[in-house]
Design a protein around this ligand. Structure first.
Ligand SMILES: Nc1ncnc2c1ncn2[C@@H]1O[C@H](COP(=O)(O)OP(=O)(O)OP(=O)(O)O)[C@@H](O)[C@H]1O
Length: 830
């Protein structure tokens, strides 16, 4: 039988008899360690005993011949016998003096390591203790020996005395002192960079006069009801938080704001209702340097702002004022807005992990101190994903210095997602945003079910999430007026777009808002198909699939939007107003007549997901209409949101960038990408999962995007789809065909298959009345403006009417019914 591979002959004698095995055994290690521990304790007892018994034992030893000390005549007085006397004599007197105690100290370390009690790097300890022992031996010899006078031993041992004597002969006493100082400083600097700060302080103590660092924690997101219900457990605290921390968080719970605003100094106990657990939170920074610990005690102050007020009901939709002559919601005046009950509720209780905050706080103090930056106050504001540590530098510290240290500080704090804002705009403070270990989900419900959203007067309110201070962050798309969304894949763009759509659906009636959704990925927006008749606008040819997924249809739709924009401008001009709100206001107050072609204008929000794909395939064909709409469409209520996961300059061209002032940046891969979106870095330092920077002029705001899941969107869509509403999506006008203009009017310019069913009748009506008016067609056939406009275009192509002449009726090119009959026959025969 073949021998197993692992079976091999022992190579050495030790292996053969099993020594190798013995020395690898954990039991042996433990046993050896224990012996070393006992030995070191024996040594320490002997060395301590040497202080009292040394003189007698020393003279006995010096008078003995070699080997004599082993005899058993009890001539030694050391507690540890002749061996103890000999050992301590050699270690203390002959060698290193008092620092020789470091030898048994090291043996203790070795013993404990062998016993697996502690894990230390023995080589490092050996080197450090040796250096310390040698240095102390020389220093004691130099400075203590003269003070101790006629002692029985030299405190630095004979080694110290020898080195002092020889070095002093060469460099003199000042030289020796300098050598000792240089060695000490080099060694301490090697151990910790704090040394530099301490030395600086020692050299210029006035600059570093003890300053108390005030430490404040802020959290707005406190649910008072829950607080009352669960007064025993207080805040939801991290599992790892100790009992002491629980006490602290309980204290936070019990804080009652004083008259002097919401800032409560926990050191002033008189403010609180007396409770045994109420002790001030004295947060000690974990600073390694003893001097700093004593100097920089951090007083904790808890700031508790008022919570975001909830909506009075789950219903947040608008309520229309029915006093105007025309109700824009007609004929769907009983339309009900979705309620917040359709959305999922996540725990809204704040998570304040005091342990984490304290640790970060200590780290920040330590890191800044190590760079020579002194702090007078820290205010920690706990947000859903990140905590903002707002640092007030001590007097005389220049912010530019801190700005210069940005990269070093971020590196020292070594956490993903750290962003340094130096200074915080409008304040003389520095902000350091540090991600929370346990980020909170900001639910769509917690954002929409608020008084702020319910009572907003924004025309197109987008509730995007919560800021670092737990305030609902809302932006009016109508004011933006266009938004660029970017972020690497999987960082929360789609969720962000869904949050935007949902907040608009919760606030706008189907008559007031229409979406044009472009989705090259084909899966992101398909969920909204159900609400297409209520809320979508599309070209008639796309009525069955109003969510656009292919490039050619996107181009036609964008051109159609350009045409709609021109038409709306025309209407605005005729109404004598400058913008959509004034126009609609005039319309609902009966100041504009339907017969003149006026109609209520819904806002149109165009959302293009994966805009990069479109630009790469269609280039200028896409870019030009987008830029045109972006430049002009604001006044006529057409707003665009474009999203891309490839924020490169090829995709976000200068033209696009200039026309999209609103920017929503999720996490991106590089600083370059961040610059492309925001014109600054920062988006590369976000933590993902909906963590974003929002910019619309000024400085970016860090926001945790609201989270909405597919089942929630489905529930909202089902609710809308089940209600009476328009039968079809709003029709967009047929875009101008660039090739059609050159053709001879009426000859071969009309595709019979795409003619409107009312084509013949409309032609007759126009020829009989000799009036080429769109509004007349609208009235006669009870059709919308867009369809009437399209009919007119077809009649023009067929050579029946002339070109549009602004607000005037078109010229009728056919004089009588007979000629018309011939013309129609020609058209129908192809
Ligand atoms: N606001 C948020 N809160 C919590 N988690 C989020 C949030 N936004 C996104 N996420 C998490 O990140 C995942 C990816 O998000 P999303 O699908 O929106 O990414 P994306 O940027 O659209 O990616 P892609 O570009 O590949 O489509 C989500 O499934 C969710 O788990």
């Amino acid at each position: 039988m073949a021998r197993k591979k692992s079976e091999r002959k022992p190579k050495t004698f030790g292996e053969a008899v099993g020594f190798r095995h013995i020395f690898e055994s954990e039991t042996t290690d433990f046993f050896l360690g224990f012996i070393l521990l006992a030995l070191s304790i024996y040594m320490i007892i002997a060395m301590v005993s040497f202080f009292s018994t040394g003189p007698a034992d020393q003279s006995t030893l010096e008078n003995m011949r070699p080997g004599e000390w082993l005899n058993n005549t009890h001539v030694f007085t050391n507690t540890c016998g002749s061996a103890g006397a000999l050992l301590s004599y050699y270690l203390i007197s002959v060698n290193f003096g008092l620092p020789a105690f470091l030898i048994p100290a090291f043996i203790i370390l070795v013993g404990l390591k062998l016993m697996h009690v502690i894990e230390v790097n023995l080589w490092k300890w050996f080197l450090c203790l040796t250096i310390v022992m040698v240095w102390l031996s020389v220093t004691f010899s130099k400075f203590l020996t003269p003070i101790m006078g006629d002692s029985i031993f030299n405190p630095g041992g004979q080694h110290g005395a020898f080195v002092v004597e020889h070095l002093e002969n060469v460099v003199g006493a000042p030289g020796l002192t300098a050598v000792l100082l240089i060695v000490a400083v080099s060694f301490l600097t090697y151990l910790t960079s704090e040394t530099i700060t301490v030395i600086r302080k020692a050299m210029n103590p006035l600059k570093y006069v003890t300053k108390k660092v005030k430490f404040t924690v802020t959290n707005r997101n406190v649910d008072r009801n829950e607080e009352e219900d669960t007064s025993n457990d207080g805040y939801q605290v991290d599992d790892t938080v100790s009992a002491a921390t629980n006490k602290e968080t309980d204290n936070i719970d019990d804080v009652t704001p004083t008259n002097s605003g919401n800032v409560v100094d926990l050191t002033d106990m008189s403010q609180f209702t007396p409770k045994p657990a109420q002790a001030p939170i004295a947060v000690e920074p974990h600073v390694t340097n003893a001097e700093q610990v004593s100097q920089e005690k951090i007083d904790s102050v808890v700031v508790k702002n008022s919570e975001e007020e909830k909506a009075s009901s789950g219903q947040v939709g608008e309520h229309y004022d029915l006093s105007t002559p025309i109700n824009p919601w007609e004929p769907f005046v009983h339309y009900k807005f979705p309620s917040c009950d359709l959305l999922k509720k996540y725990s809204s209780r704040p998570v304040i992990d005091m342990e984490e905050i304290k640790a970060n706080n200590a780290r920040i103090v330590e890191v800044l101190n190590s760079f020579g930056v002194q702090i007078s106050k820290i205010n920690a504001t706990v947000g859903p994903t990140v905590t903002l540590y707002e640092i007030t530098p001590a007097e005389g510290v220049r912010i530019s210095k801190i700005r210069g240290l940005e990269a070093d500080i971020a590196l020292s704090l070594a956490a993903l997602g750290i962003r340094i804002i130096a200074p915080i705009p409008g304040k003389g403070t520095i902000g350091i945003e540090v991600p929370n270990k346990n980020p909170q989900i900001v639910s769509m419900e917690s954002v929409l079910n608020t008084k702020k959203f319910q009572t907003t007067k924004m025309a197109l309110p987008m509730a995007l999430g919560k800021t670092i201070t737990n305030e609902v962050f809302m932006v009016d798309l109508a004011k933006l007026p266009h938004l660029l969304v970017a972020g690497a894949t999987g960082q929360g763009k789609s969720v962000g777009l869904n949050a935007i759509i949902t907040s608009l659906l919760y606030k706008k009636h189907p008559n007031e808002l229409k979406f044009v959704l472009v989705d090259p990925k084909k899966v992101e927006f398909s969920i909204y198909n159900k609400i297409a008749p209520h809320y979508m606008a599309s070209l008639p040819e796309n009525e069955d699939e109003p969510i656009i997924t292919d490039v050619q249809r996107v181009v036609r739709t964008l051109n159609s939007l350009c045409k709609l924009m021109d038409h709306r401008y025309d209407l605005l001009k005729r109404a004598g107003v400058k913008k959509i709100t004034e126009y609609n206001d005039k319309f609902i107050h009966h100041q504009l007549s339907l017969t003149d072609g006026h109609e209520y204008m819904p806002y149109i929000v165009v959302i293009i997901d994966e805009f990069g794909d479109l630009i790469m395939t269609a280039g200028k064909e896409i870019e030009l209409p987008i830029a045109r709409i972006a430049q002009l469409a604001r006044a006529v209520g057409i707003h665009m949101i474009i999203a891309t996961q490839r924020p490169t300059t090829k995709i976000i061209t200068g033209n696009i960038k200039a026309n999209f002032p609103g920017r929503m940046a999720f996490r991106v891969a590089s600083q370059i990408d961040s610059r492309t979106i925001l014109d600054r870095t920062g988006a590369d330092q976000l933590v993902g999962k909906g963590d974003m920077l929002f910019l619309s002029g000024g400085d970016p705001v860090r926001v945790q995007c609201a989270f909405i899941d597919t089942p929630e969107i489905e529930a909202v869509n089902d609710f809308i789809a089940d209600q009476p509403g328009p039968l079809d999506p709003m029709e967009l006008p047929e875009p101008d065909d660039p090739n059609a203009a050159s053709g001879e009017p009426g000859v071969g310019g009309t595709d019979v298959r795409s003619l409107d069913p009312y084509f013949d009748e409309a032609a007759k009506a126009i020829v009989l009345t000799q009036q080429g008016s769109t509004s007349m067609i609208q009235r006669r056939f009870s059709i919308g403006y867009n369809r009437a406009g399209r009919l007119m275009d077809q009649l023009q192509k067929a050579g029946i009417v002339g070109e549009a002449q602004g607000s005037k009726p078109r010229e009728v090119l056919i004089a009588d019914e007979n000629s018309l009959a011939q013309r129609l026959q020609q058209i129908h025969n192809g």
